[in-house]
Design a protein around this ligand. Structure first.
Ligand code: NAD
Length: 255
């Protein structure tokens, strides 16, 4: 039982792996023993992130660009990984975008853009991973939802909230559809997490206080807060769990 969190010998792809959360989750997987493929839009960024993690963990970490909105691109990514490592155990879908727009004037081309990455991209990444995992009769997929998949929010977030609600339902529906193939599909639901993209909030004392006060634990999340839940969902420790969103939110969704 002492090895249930170990990821030695596991092969993981992290989509959006060069992003703020993706990088730290990749680091966590590597520290716990997994071979990690950092995937993101830009090849240079994936390689830079891979190199950074490798230099700290000494693990096997590579960067391979792919666009989750393009089926062929994701299929090529899976095939390259299979050719190089022979299997695929874990896929983390940590890509995502938000376009904050006033709802009265929400431009539908922006609605399409955010749904394209957050919803269609998640489905494509799951579908391509699922095909590989079906052959292996095992696998763990972890999608990035948000507390906004459960709780609405003002400030132009209608599109974002809607996409995260969809990510949670993709997670549940696929979990049911693929349970017999031993493919587990779960999600992480973070509250606000400080990344390069949200650093401006931490840097603005008034804004930071507002966000922290909304969280029962009274603080904003750090990327490292997500690592334990991610390793748990990726590993044998969660072997009888599927279709769940694990909220890492300082108690926000408890109320
Ligand atoms: P981020 O912007 O730092 O990283 C997102 C990454 O996704 C970027 O590197 C980007 O290049 C990549 N990406 C975008 N479109 C892509 C595509 N078509 N194909 C492949 N990669 C693509 O954002 P983050 O803060 O790290 O967020 C990661 C995930 O966590 C997102 O789904 C986000 O909605 C979710 N989330 C973030 C927070 C937060 O406060 N940071 C809170 C809750 C949920």
């Amino acid at each position: 039982m002492k090895d249930i969190f170990k990821l030695d010998g596991k092969v993981a792809i992290v989509n959006g792996g060069a992003g703020g959360i993706g990088e730290v989750l990749s680091m966590g997987l590597s520290i716990h023993g997994a071979t990690v493929v950092i995937s993101d839009l830009n090849q240079e960024a994936t390689e830079k992130t891979a190199q950074k993690i490798k230099s700290e963990t000494n693990g096997e970490v590579i960067g391979l660009a792919a666009n989750v909105t393009d089926e062929k691109s994701v299929e090529d990514l899976m095939q390259t990984v299979l050719k190089k490592y022979g299997k695929l155990d874990i896929v983390i879908n940590a890509m995502g975008v938000n376009l904050k727009r006033d709802a009265f004037d929400y431009p539908m081309e922006d609605w399409d853009k955010i749904f394209n990455v957050n919803v269609k991209g998640t489905m494509i990444a799951c579908k391509m991973a699922g095909r590989v995992m079906r052959e292996q009769k095992q696998g763990s997929i972890i999608n990035l939802s948000s507390v906004r998949g459960q709780r609405g929010y003002t400030g132009g977030n209608t599109g974002y909230c809607a996409t995260k609600g969809a990510v949670e339902m993709i997670t549940k529906a696929l979990a049911l559809e693929w349970a017999a193939d031993n493919i587990r599909v779960n999600a992480l639901g973070p509250a606000l997490i400080i990344t390069p993209g949200t650093q401006h909030i931490a840097d603005n004392p008034e804004l930071a206080k507002k966000y922290a006060q909304a969280v029962p634990m009274g603080r904003i999340g750090q990327t490292k807060d997500l690592v334990g839940a991610c390793v748990f969902l990726a590993s044998e420790a969660s072997s009888f769990m599927t279709g769940q969103t694990l909220f890492v939110d300082g108690g926000l969704t408890a109320g």
